[in-house]
Ligand binder design. Sequence first.
Ligand code: UDP
Length: 374
Amino acid sequence: MLYDYLIIGAGLFGATFAYLAHKQGKRCLVIDKRPYPGGNLYCEEIEGINVHKYGAHIFHTSDKKVWEFVNSIVPFNRYTNCPVAKAPDGKLYNLPFNMNTFYQMWGVKTPAEAQMKLEEQRKDAVEKMQAAGVSRPRNLEEQALTLIGKDIYEQLIKGYTEKQWGRKCTDLPDFIIRRLPVRLTFDNNYFNDNYQGIPIGGYNKLIDGLLDGIEVITNTDFFNDRHHWESVADKIVFTGKIDEFYDYRFGKLEYRTVYFDTKVLDESNHQGNAVVNYTSAEIPFTRIIEHKHFEMFGEAVYKNPKTVISKEYSTEWADGMEPFYPVNDDRNQKIYAQYKDLADKESNVIFGGRLAEYKYYDMAPIIAKVFTLF
Ligand code: UDP
């Protein structure tokens, strides 16, 4: 065999695996069907701005080992994600749900006042569920109503979530909404993690650093010549779609995909923030990303007379599109479980990442997962 590992997919899982294996002296070959490595981290430079071509990526973790690891590849900046939401009522709200949001929504000024308001709203939701004979939230809507109440659910959650997932909140799993913190402090930091940032110089620096010294072949689809590729290495690390790996024998898994309408504007500062969510069902896109704010702060924003924005539209995935998010509803989880059974029996194939594990992974847990394999 020419290689110890054939790594299929040059995204974060594949690149991290290759880096660690290479360090141990293993011979690695990475192949990817796209024209460049990086998976969905890939950035394209437009007007001197790193444009997150596959959507906003913000690295966040409390895992010191993971943070030190990525910073050893490329130093990270101090970007802190503080998205703002434009709601159906026309007002702007801070996210995640915190004292600023509660003040904007209800005019409450202290944690005690906010707490009272929240309890009042939660009580309503719990009573409705009890009347229906339900003790625990069965879906995202019930989870949101018992977590944060009707006012915020209607202004900031329902429209956004149904656009993003193309499904009713009553048909979505409750865990999705538990990704968002609820706080009684004036803290707009979207994440609870100890560490957060963007690689200085963009994500391509992270990927290029991970893949430094490793053979990478792009524009190469494993499935176009599976026989050949299976013969080049002792082991395969597969980061593509698990259902495709098994020829869809148990049926196709569903994904959501995202489409970006990207424009260069002749102004320095379009929306004053990297991320503005549009939570109304009437507006077709879910958010507008203004990419320069990931890496340019304060006066630096005005040094570049131009800016690049991307409107993000979410649609159902179909063949030929890029899959972004697994749809972890019951039907898909059942199909995935069957593929997982097969995967567990493989002795020479390692499955990893959002598509191969059919899991809504963030970036840092991907790296932590690769660590466990070494
Ligand atoms: N969400 C919402 N309103 C918002 C932002 C997020 O209701 O303004 C919900 C929505 O259901 C979404 C989930 O929170 O799917 C998780 O959001 P997150 O920002 O973590 O999603 P990602 O950035 O991974 O797309």
